[in-house]
Design a protein around this ligand. Structure first.
Ligand code: 13P
Length: 280
């Protein structure tokens, strides 16, 4: 059994000075590819799904698969509900056995954000689950909708949210965006450094697809412990399927295997950077 609360994985990583990848999954191939990569590298990982993806991957169907994969893995795995938008959906994820939830109330005022995050904190405590909150909007949502204008986190608000809610991890907006970047991202490391000096909890970097290895390493050295990657995996799986289907002889099961390998390669590459491990 290696399904664990996200907090356990992040605190160990913070003490060890390495980062942990939180990989978004949408189907069985991605789940299998992610766990295979983590087992080969022997690194902890977070399997996650965002609320906006549920029309494609219904939670009651994908949750049991994610949880079974975590329980049977040889490394610690947390199963995380990413960008929870309402208390009801978060409650459903906790009932299904997720060991971590994110409440994304970053669009609200800091007072309202703190109010709903505190509610989620109390709810998650009943399940011994971890809680991630977000301060400062990323602008573009995981499904590509929203306003691209960047709204950076205010470190003082990060401190206030931590002190008034006691969350386990806080996501920041420092010039990161969901989806592939149109221009190379310019991360604001000063905001990250200041936020890290004000709160003792691990910080989270969303929008991992397209950030350079060098920036990932710098973020980890300045307090980022959890790094979210979604678009790069979805794209790698789509490309692997396309390449496979362009071949002469095709069959469904080989297609499924190609998709699993597409996810595996992308996730393993990111894990190597975050965990500071060389190719094994
Ligand atoms: P990307 O899709 O940019 O990798 O972002 C993923 C993410 O932050 C999920 O919460």
């Amino acid at each position: 059994m290696s399904l664990v609360p996200m907090k356990d994985i992040l605190l160990r990583a913070e003490a060890g000075g390495y980062g942990v990848g939180a990989f978004s999954v949408a189907d069985m191939e991605m789940i299998l590819g992610a766990v295979k990569a983590a087992e080969e590298l022997q690194v902890p990982m977070i399997l996650q799904i965002a609320q906006v993806r549920l029309p494609f991957s219904p939670l009651d169907k994908i949750a049991p698969m994610m949880i079974a994969a975590a329980k049977n893995a040889s490394i610690p795995v947390a199963v995380h509900f990413d960008h929870g938008l309402d208390v009801q959906a978060i409650g459903q994820a906790l009932d299904l056995g997720f060991t971590s939830v994110m409440i994304d109330a970053s669009k609200l005022s800091i007072d309202e954000n703190i109010k709903i995050t505190s509610e989620v904190r109390k709810m998650a405590d009943r399940y011994n689950a971890s809680v991630e909150a977000e301060v400062g909007q990323l602008g573009v949502s995981e499904d590509g909708t929203g306003d691209a204008s960047r709204i950076h986190s205010d470190p003082k608000e990060v401190k206030r949210l931590y002190e008034e809610t006691g969350v386990d991890a806080i996501a920041l907006s420092i010039g990161n965006q969901h989806g592939f970047y149109k221009a190379a991202p310019k991360l604001n490391f000063e905001i990250l450094e200041e936020a890290n000096s004000l709160v003792p909890v691990p910080l989270v970097l969303h929008g991992g697809s397209g950030i350079s290895d060098e920036d990932f390493r710098k973020c980890i050295s300045l307090g980022i412990t959890k790094i979210n990657v979604a678009t790069a995996t979805f794209s790698a799986v789509k490309d692997a399927a396309k390449t496979y289907l362009e071949g002469e002889k095709t069959d469904y099961f080989s297609l499924s295997d190609s998709m699993m390998k597409g996810a595996y390669k992308n996730i393993k590459r990111h894990m190597q950077v975050f965990s500071m491990k060389k190719e094994i």
